[in-house]
Design a binder for this molecule. Structure first.
Ligand code: FES
Length: 107
């Protein structure tokens, strides 16, 4: 099962095994990762699952679709070149070791 490293606001890391086919957001919610609120439940309509993706895996992800791109324009924290919505990142074996940093604030 691929592993995701969630980097929290205090700099600590939580390493979580997330099943293939599940989203990075779902892995966070099911493991009580602080800072990913996911208010819309993963329907790409709240942007409270915003994360900064580690550079080593960024190019492995498909480009954001138009809906995700639109939501990223309204994130609460600074939008960066590696900003993504974690509900739109589906885990696959190749993403093992994916690092996602949680922004300082989501609302
Ligand atoms: S959970 Fe709402 S946009 Fe990702």
């Amino acid at each position: 099962m691929p592993m995701v490293v969630y980097v929290l606001n205090d700099g600590s890391e939580c390493r979580v095994d997330v099943p293939e086919g599940a989203t990075v957001m779902r892995g966070a919610i099911q493991n009580n990762i602080k800072g990913i609120d996911a208010e819309c439940g993963g329907s790409c309509s709240c942007a409270t699952c915003h994360v900064y993706v580690g550079e080593s895996h960024l190019e492995m992800l498909p480009e954001p679709d138009p809906a995700e791109s639109a939501m990223l324009t309204g994130v609460a924290a600074e939008r960066k070149s590696n900003s993504r919505l974690s509900c739109q990142i589906t885990m696959v074996a190749a993403l093992d070791g994916l690092v996602v940093r949680i922004p300082e604030r989501q609302t």
